[in-house]
Design a protein around this ligand. Structure first.
Ligand code: IMP
Ligand code: ZN
Length: 363
């Protein structure tokens, strides 16, 4: 076994938290293939086999080829409640098998009219599936080892897409309020801004929604931020920071002024996704030039390594940890400190933070 294979195994065993994972982008190709086989046998799809559409080992999707994968392919395959449940369960099992003990999964509420599913039913189906999975884990851990601490707990973040109309965006916020968590229920804990950075941001449409979201007690806010030059104008970044987000995703194209503002906020969560950024060509110079190298030592920010779309980019969270060890020389102790620090910026509440601090204390 090579040193890097050893490192991945080692980081699989390390309990980890994942805060930036899109549900539809986290479905493995194998799982999509299984869905396709079932639908094909039932005469329910004319789509090409996912293993041909997205061959194993192909990870170099860029901003032009990445977004159509969803609109023209994955959404046409995951198009009814049973498939949504099946794929969500597979995603949860994959994260758990990789040693993730706390997951904030995000998704854009999507109606499936042909299957009679509303946006609310889409969210409810995912929450029911999370509850089902947690119950299943509860049973098996009771059998195996009473009170085993390292079980996966999952919360949901609802995404607003940059291309959403005001009506759609308001509906997502209404759903977030409807399903907002109380106590330790399986629930929605936050709101996100995602979508193709090439799409212009309609600030007049979206600002009132995010400003209102900020006023909702207990609702976390995370934003895809400066993902590409086209979404990193001063005007856009100032607008987004003005919404007072708790966390930012990617943070690639930021100059010194904005960097300073992030530092001055203090305690801002930065969800950094190395493999996605490198494979999609969003950063130049490969892994060693990734801005993780600049941020991880900044005391005023909280860096959380995340996968973004593991089904597309093929790098599980354990591999992201192996990559930062390899390219930035973090020691085991520094890695453990990084994981623990991330707990400060989860949206899942104080009880969950206490559980995680307890688990992550032992390495
Ligand atoms: P879903 O929201 O669960 O359907 O996950 C897929 C969606 O997430 C895509 O249609 C995009 O809008 C969004 N998404 C996934 N990765 C990225 C990213 O890197 N930047 C912005 N949006 C993304
Ligand atoms: Zn993302």
């Amino acid at each position: 076994m090579t040193a890097s294979e050893n490192a991945v195994l080692d980081y699989k065993a390390l309990p980890k938290i994942e805060l930036h994972a899109h549900l539809s982008g986290s479905i493995s190709r194998q799982c999509l293939h299984e869905v396709w086989l079932t639908k094909k046998a039932a005469g329910e799809t004319d789509l090409q086999d996912p293993l041909i559409e997205m061959p194993e080992g192909k990870h170099n999707y860029d901003l032009k080829t990445f977004f159509p994968l969803f609109s023209s392919y994955i959404y046409n395959l995951v198009n009814d409640a049973p498939t949504l449940r099946y794929t969500t369960l597979a995603v949860l099992r994959d994260f758990a098998a990789d040693g993730v003990v706390y997951l904030e999964l995000r998704t854009t509420p999507r109606a499936m009219p042909a299957a009679g599913l509303t946006e609310a039913a889409y969210v409810q189906t995912i929450l029911d599936t999370i509850a089902e999975y947690e119950e299943e884990q509860e049973q098996s851990s009771r059998d195996l080892d009473e009170g085993r601490p390292g079980r996966l707990r999952t919360k949901l973040i609802l995404s607003i897409d940059r291309r959403h109309t005001p009506a759609q965006a308001w509906r997502v916020l209404a759903l977030a309020k409807q399903f907002l968590g109380r106590g330790s229920d399986n629930v929605v804990v936050g709101i996100d801004l995602c979508g193709n950075p090439a799409a212009p941001l309609d600030s007049q449409a979206l600002s009132p929604v995010f400003e209102e979201a900020r006023r909702v007690a207990g609702l976390g806010m995370t934003l895809h931020f400066a993902e590409a030059e086209c979404s990193a104008s001063d005007a856009e970044l100032d607008l987004l920071l003005g919404w007072r987000p708790d966390r930012l995703g990617h943070v690639i194209c930021v100059g010194e002024r904005v960097r300073q503002q992030i530092v001055e906020r203090g305690g801002m969560g930065l969800e950094l996704c190395l493999s996605c950024n490198v494979h999609a060509g969003m950063v130049g110079g490969g892994f060693e030039s990734h801005h993780f190298g600049e941020w991880w030592k900044v005391d005023e920010a909280v860096v959380v390594l995340s996968t973004d779309d593991v089904g597309v980019f093929g790098s599980p969270l354990s591999n992201e940890y192996a990559l930062v060890t390899q390219h930035f020389g973090l020691t085991r102790a520094e890695i453990c400190t990084l994981v623990r620090k991330g707990v400060d910026v989860i949206f899942g509440g104080e009880e969950e933070k206490a559980r995680l601090r307890n688990i992550l204390w032992v390495d």
